[in-house]
Design a protein around this ligand. Structure first.
Ligand SMILES: CC(C)(COP(=O)(O)OP(=O)(O)OC[C@H]1O[C@@H](n2cnc3c(N)ncnc32)[C@H](O)[C@@H]1OP(=O)(O)O)[C@@H](O)C(=O)NCCC(=O)NCCS
Length: 140
């Protein structure tokens, strides 16, 4: 592996982003929507092996106190090799004084626990599609 970490959206192929989100079973939209959501994020991290995009993640944030992590995804062939940790660490170190929240995909909580996250006891969410989030097991 010859990994390269990129913290901007230059030359990102948004087709690949959509394809990866789809492949790992995360929610996805069209290329343009993902381009805008990454470009409007405070911190973005893309990881390439040579020229192949293998994973990414982003944080929306005020840059000084609070941040939320979204769209953390690693292609299946590279999962379990420390890339998720690499991306999360790269996000948190760019937002040094921030609290971080996220909603974990079901079953992925132990990954975040390993990286120091705790379970939120009073987390609340207002979603565009509440029923879908209920079906995904993300809200009661
Ligand atoms: C979840 C995901 C981001 C983790 O990234 P990764 O690169 O596979 O994980 P890493 O190799 O960096 O793992 C770091 C540590 O977490 C552990 N870990 C990773 N996934 C885990 C899981 N599902 N359950 C328990 N532990 C897990 C690893 O064993 C490793 O522990 P170690 O340091 O003791 O060896 C990645 O598997 C992924 O993209 N999954 C599909 C998409 C997804 O669900 N994204 C999360 C949305 S909230």
């Amino acid at each position: 592996m010859s990994l390269r970490v990129q913290d901007n959206c230059l030359n990102v192929n948004w087709n690949d982003v959509v394809k990866i989100l789809k492949t790992v079973g995360m929610s996805y939209s069209d290329n343009e929507t993902h381009r805008i959501s990454f470009e409007n994020s405070h911190t973005v991290i893309f990881v390439f092996d040579n020229d192949t995009l293998i994973g990414f993640g982003r944080a929306i944030s005020d840059g000084i106190r609070q941040a939320a992590i979204y769209d953390l995804a690693i292609i299946p062939e590279y999962q379990g090799k420390g890339v998720g940790r690499l991306i999360l660490n790269n996000i948190t170190k760019r937002l040094p004084n921030c609290n971080f929240i996220l909603y974990a995909a079901k079953g992925k909580e132990p990954f975040y626990e390993k990286l120091g996250f705790g379970h939120l006891k009073t987390g609340m969410g207002l979603f565009i599609d509440m029923e879908r989030m209920r079906n995904k097991g993300l809200i009661e």
